[in-house]
Design a protein around this ligand. Structure first.
Ligand SMILES: [Cu+2]
Length: 96
């Protein structure tokens, strides 16, 4: 029985990684940049993995460095997820 726990743990990690890989990039526009605390107000298109329609809202940031080289009015593409119950930008890139 001792080996059951590690195997179950690995299985759980494998499954929990799947939704993260499936997150779609979402287009948005930067409306406001806050550095204290670090937040981003984004007008975004629908975010299917969060069940959201397009709207303007405030996000937390997974990495403070995401604010570097970012300007109000800029078009962005990003991934967002709920981290510890808070809506967070997990990946940020320039539109392709
Ligand atoms: Cu939203």
């Amino acid at each position: 029985m001792k080996f059951v726990k590690p195997v179950a743990g690995i299985l759980f990690l494998g499954l929990s990684a799947l939704p993260a890989l499936a997150e779609p990039f979402v287009r948005g526009t930067v409306d406001e940049i806050s550095t204290q605390p670090q937040r981003l107000t984004i007008t975004h298109e629908a975010i299917p993995n969060l069940g959201m329609e397009g709207m303007t809202m405030v996000f937390r940031l997974a990495d403070p460095a995401m604010l570097d080289n970012l300007a109000v009015g800029q078009e962005i593409e990003f991934e967002a997820d709920r981290i510890n119950g808070r809506l967070t930008v997990t990946t940020l890139r320039e539109p392709s």
